[in-house]
Design a protein around this ligand. Structure first.
Ligand SMILES: [Zn+2]
Length: 682
């Protein structure tokens, strides 16, 4: 194969220069990545060798724009690795990922390059830069500092050692979780599975069959474990499975994570301190909307105070039901929670997810969601079959702004297939930026795994799938409305605890009658979704909401307890954990259980000192949506102000500034309390 046959390296003609999926073959990626890296190396070399004195334009902007070829290739590759993969793609990934890491390390540890960046950062030119330029300079400088560029040789050595130890231990932590989960099985007979729905029984029988065994097998994987705890009538078995689940990676075997947790926490602390921060939380939060750990604790504690009384009532109500069914001396334990909560929920709301499906036929839902964007922002969607796609299920739309100018390309990919990973996500095939040639518009994609159509029925979604669609579509709007000069700050490239605002705010529409009435009609009779059903949906969405909130808060407190430490930890992990989240526990604590050893979000997944973000984003979306509630949910003025202040600005300003531009004030928890029906005034 020669270079001129590689679509990444030659000119092609597609509408809006969209990715030429019809020309791309798996064998094109690897050689293109090599050439992309070489090209960026030349670009970096040109910056470093520039005889002129370092300026914002010849250094910061030049660096920002370097690697565009590599970026284009790795973006397409990474997206397809999730949405349309095969064994060959996976093995290419294993080969090129280490090379790409080494490539980016070479750039961030390039001393001559850092010298130029630092000299721009410390120059007077900084004063004359506008807001967005200043942000780019700050981000670039911070990025190098945080990669250890400003350390002495000796410190750099230590920094590299810490980073490599951390990546080895992180991997080990995750592998231990996986292996411990996979090594457990609970064989059961039909009688022991009393209470379980047909679908779960079938899955357990299937698991047994796959393992070459008789009867049924329950495992600790979520799709197996969750229905078991919700439906299994046999209390001893629920306890047995609960204990198995919550003592994973604490046993006296090779998969024990107790010592690894200590090492992970201490290595992260040492690395943060080497970079000049007092704690890991300080290191993380300087680049978050929350800004510091005081603000995080303030949020967690306010919510704790507001939700605890309701959570206690919820527990009492579930316990009362259990006593009613099992006898007066029944004491509710953690392994009873999911089971009796489910029974109570069925009793109170009698809500059958399946009965809602006929009102959520996929094509009507698409019409509803696109129509919402048209109502709010005036944008329109036109399918263009000339835009190449990577799978026949994928559709490509041209999106036009209210003034008919071209805004973005939107790909939709709704149904599961063997080549796609599970879950739902939004991604870009191309981001947005402005250069000499003009405003280069983005190519955005939403990928889901929704219920498929069958021979008898069209695709009928569940209510939670409708929610997911709105969520990912909210991220897509953030991408499509992007309007910044620099790609690295465009669209969804914002601080971590701000990125879920545009997505979660859209979920608020899902239980609004005015919105549902625009599209939710029975696919056979055409009848609109009954108001009474909408009301029940809304009520049920707050069922045990305070208990759920306290659970999230307990995880947030645990995360902060590990990462606000100023000294290394050398105690008992289980005791430390129980103390850290004590005030958020409303059910009895069980000795020997441990969450930290399997809490991969904060130990292996990048959420260290970041778990609070889930609640932070919820507070934001409720506070932001309350303005829509006040002005009308389709109010165009409010929508356009949200677009202008938040969606179009990406990461060009601190999120608190953007938020206040939209909302006129800082967010508070009141709107969330109201949405959740929490009565207590605080
Ligand atoms: Zn999201």
């Amino acid at each position: 194969m020669t270079e001129n046959q590689n679509p990444f390296l030659t000119a092609y003609h597609t509408p809006h220069q969209t990715t030429p999926f019809h020309l791309i073959k798996t064998e094109h990626f690897e050689p293109a990545v090599q050439i992309g890296m070489e090209e960026q190396n030349r670009e970096i070399e040109n910056i470093v060798q520039n005889p002129e004195k370092p300026t914002f334009a010849n250094t910061i902007v030049a660096l920002e724009r370097s690697g565009s070829l590599l970026d284009r290739i790795t973006t397409v590759f990474g997206n397809l690795l999730s949405a349309e993969t095969n064994d060959e793609m996976q093995s290419i990934a294993e080969r090129i990922m280490p090379q790409l890491t080494a490539h980016s390390n070479n750039i961030s540890l390039n001393e001559k390059l850092f010298f130029r960046i630092k000299s721009v950062y410390e120059s007077e030119e900084k004063e004359s830069l506008n807001q967005e330029e200043n942000m780019l300079l700050q981000n670039t400088y911070d990025g190098f500092i945080r990669s250890g560029a400003n350390l002495s040789e000796e410190q750099k050595e230590r920094f590299r050692k810490l980073s490599s130890d951390l990546s080895v231990l992180t991997l080990k932590f995750s592998q231990n979780n996986l292996k411990e989960t996979n090594s457990y099985e609970l064989p059961l007979t039909q009688e022991q599975l009393e209470g379980l729905p047909e679908s779960a029984m079938e899955a357990y029988a299937q698991t047994a069959k796959e393992k070459g065994k008789e009867n049924y097998i329950v495992t600790l994987e979520a799709p197996s474990f969750i229905p078991f705890m919700k439906y299994c009538k046999n209390r001893e078995l629920r306890e047995q499975l609960y204990r198995a689940y919550n003592t994973q990676c604490t046993h006296d075997n090779e998969y024990n994570n107790l010592e690894i947790v200590k090492k992970l926490v201490n290595l992260r602390l040492e690395r943060a301190q080497l970079l000049g921060f007092e704690t890991v939380a300080d290191y993380v939060l300087t680049r978050r909307m929350a800004a510091n750990s005081n603000n995080v604790y303030s949020l967690l504690n306010q919510l704790l105070e507001a939700y605890t009384p309701t959570a206690q009532k919820e527990v009492a109500e579930v316990e009362a039901l259990a006593k009613e069914l099992e006898g007066e001396d029944f004491q509710l334990m953690p392994w009873d929670w999911a089971y009796y909560s489910r029974i109570l929920k069925e009793k109170k709301f009698n809500l059958d997810e399946e009965a809602l499906r006929p009102y959520f036929e996929l094509n009507q839902v698409i019409e509803g969601v696109f129509g919402l964007a048209t109502r709010l922002y005036g944008i329109t969607f036109v399918e263009n079959k000339d835009i190449p796609v990577y799978h026949p299920d994928v559709k490509a739309y041209e999106v036009y702004d209210e003034d008919k100018s071209f805004l973005a390309v939107l790909y939709t990919d709704f149904h599961p297939r063997a080549s796609k990973r599970s879950g739902a996500w939004m991604t870009n095939y191309k981001e947005q930026w402005i250069d000499e040639k003009g405003n280069s518009r983005p190519h955005v994609s939403v990928t889901m795994n929704f219920t498929k159509p069958s021979a008898e029925k069209p695709a009928l979604l569940t209510f939670s799938e409708v929610n997911t669609f709105l969520h990912e579509f909210g991220h897509a709007l953030h991408g499509m409305f992007a309007n910044t000069t620099y790609q690295s700050m465009s669209g969804t490239n914002v601080y971590w605890d701000f990125v879920e605002l545009p997505s979660q705010i859209m979920e608020n529409f899902a239980i609004e009658k005015e919105f549902l009435n625009t599209f939710a009609r029975h696919y056979q009779t055409g009848e609109s979704i009954p108001s009474e059903l909408i009301q029940r949906l809304a009520d049920a969405s707050n069922f045990n909401v305070a208990y759920a909130c306290l659970r999230q808060l307990s995880f947030g407190l645990l995360d902060m307890a590990w990462y606000t430490r100023t000294t290394p930890f050398d105690g008992d992990v289980r005791t430390y954990e129980k103390t850290a989240w004590k005030k958020a526990q409303v059910l009895p604590e069980i000795e020997d259980t441990c969450m930290t050893v399997q809490f991969s979000h904060i130990m292996a997944g990048g959420y260290s000192a970041g778990y609070y973000s889930y609640k932070w984003a919820e507070v934001l979306d409720a506070d932001a949506f309350s303005l829509f509630k006040e002005k009308g949910i389709f109010n165009k003025e409010t929508a356009n102000s949200f677009r202008e202040a938040v969606l179009s600005k990406g990461g060009t300003e601190h999120p608190m500034v953007l938020y206040k531009d939209f909302r006129g004030k800082e967010p508070n928890i009141d709107a969330l309390l109201k949405r959740n029906g929490i009565k207590n005034e605080i």
